[in-house]
Design a binder for this molecule. Structure first.
Ligand code: GLA
Length: 377
């Protein structure tokens, strides 16, 4: 359906047939939050919502249209010093990062259609990067594996767009596998795919509170983690555990200690989660996801009243296996694992309680777990 929308928009706007079509998914993270820039462990899934791009090579400048954001600023792949403003910086940034290993990218005409909920922290920017990576690959014919494209997407985000994110979102969008969670070691980029029992549904609980102040707070958390690792004397917090952190407690200020405690305990929870999920161990899954949320709220301080209200409602709802905030925080969404047969009862219970405590209409979206970014035709 979204592909059809992209094709129709392309024909109407550019008055010509596109040559190729690609798709890149958004992601939802089951556990392992704010661990990726510490070399630690994460467990996202690529979801069955994302970004479709259709396009073709053109002479002259690259031209863009999006169904939700309108026309993008034109750019020239051969002159990436002239950075476009607005959403065109994603395709322009990808043309720039791809040109280093694969040579100059062609100029394109491209149409973008997305069905990702905006501002809810399911990585529309990573999906955009991976979609354009696949588009340029389909049009330019270069060979690259999914991990290499994920790293180039992160480079685009860090060095061109200017957001200092870790590797989780791009890895999830590039390397996702249908019906599997991805246990990613963000230092080695090794992925252990873990099947998600089909009787469990992954539910995105959107608070409809858009994320705010994310960049500055995110960068501040990163520096605090680096300070904690330096005090322990390890390259990254991935190399530490709670005991090592506790041994340095007196040398750390209270906030830095708590930031470090979130990361080392979250890494331990992520590792334990893999076996709890495999065994469909309800108590284990519940405790680990709740532990993650509590730690993000109290030690890492990236939750907000809306995320707390949503998760509090989810913890009490029928069919729940576990729930927590997902993504960077400060707004956005929670993720819940729910007995599939009880999904309806779960959503009917959570949303009214959420509304009562916040006055906001939240939204529940049952997400399928999908494959990573791909060329469709
Ligand atoms: C954002 C970043 C990721 C990761 C999460 C928090 O989504 O893009 O790299 O750090 O926040 O887990």
């Amino acid at each position: 359906m979204s592909l059809d929308r992209a094709l129709t928009l392309h024909r109407n706007y550019f008055r010509v047939e596109p040559k190729v079509a690609v798709f890149a998914p958004g992601r939802i993270n089951l556990i392992g939050e704010h661990t990726d820039y510490n070399g630690g462990f994460v467990m996202p899934c690529a979801i069955d919502r994302g970004i479709w791009v259709v396009g073709r090579i053109v002479d002259g400048e690259s031209k863009l249209i999006s169904d939700s954001a309108g026309p993008g600023k034109p750019f020239d792949s051969a002159n990436t010093n002239r950075k476009p403003t607005g959403w065109a910086k994603y395709p322009a940034g990808m043309a720039w990062v791809l040109s280093e290993p694969f040579g100059l990218m062609p100029n394109i005409e491209a149409t973008v259609v997305s069905n990702l909920p905006m501002g809810s922290g399911v990585s529309s920017s990573a999906a955009m990067e991976l979609a354009f990576a696949k588009l340029f690959q389909a049009l330019g014919g270069f060979e690259a594996d999914a991990k290499q494209l994920a790293l180039l997407g992160q480079k685009c985000e860090n060095q061109y767009v200017g957001v200092n994110c870790g590797i989780m979102d791009q890895m999830a969008s590039a390397c996702g596998k249908k019906n599997h969670a991805m246990c990613i070691d963000t230092r080695t980029l090794e992925i252990d795919y873990a099947p998600v029992d089909p009787s469990l549904a992954v539910v995105l609980l959107d608070t409809k509170k858009p994320r705010a102040l994310t960049d500055s707070a995110y960068n501040e958390r990163r520096s605090q983690c680096e300070a904690a690792a330096a005090a322990i004397g390890v390259p990254q917090l991935r190399d530490a555990n709670l005991e090592m952190l506790l041994a340095k407690k007196s040398e750390l200020d209270e906030v830095t200690f708590r930031r470090g405690r979130h990361v080392v305990t979250e890494d331990a929870r992520s590792i334990a989660f893999k076996s709890a999920l495999a065994a469909k161990d309800r108590n284990g899954i519940f405790a680990l996801m709740k532990g993650s949320h509590d730690s993000l709220r109290d030690d890492y301080e990236v939750s907000c009243p809306e995320l707390d209200a949503m998760v509090n409602a989810a913890w009490l709802a029928p069919g729940v296996f576990g729930a927590r905030m997902t993504g960077a925080g400060f707004g956005g969404a929670c993720v819940a694992l729910v007995e599939r047969e009880e999904v309806e009862a779960f959503c009917t219970s959570v949303l009214p309680i959420y509304k009562k405590s916040t006055g906001k209409d939240g939204e529940a979206i049952v997400c399928g777990i999908d494959d990573g970014a791909r060329i469709l035709s």
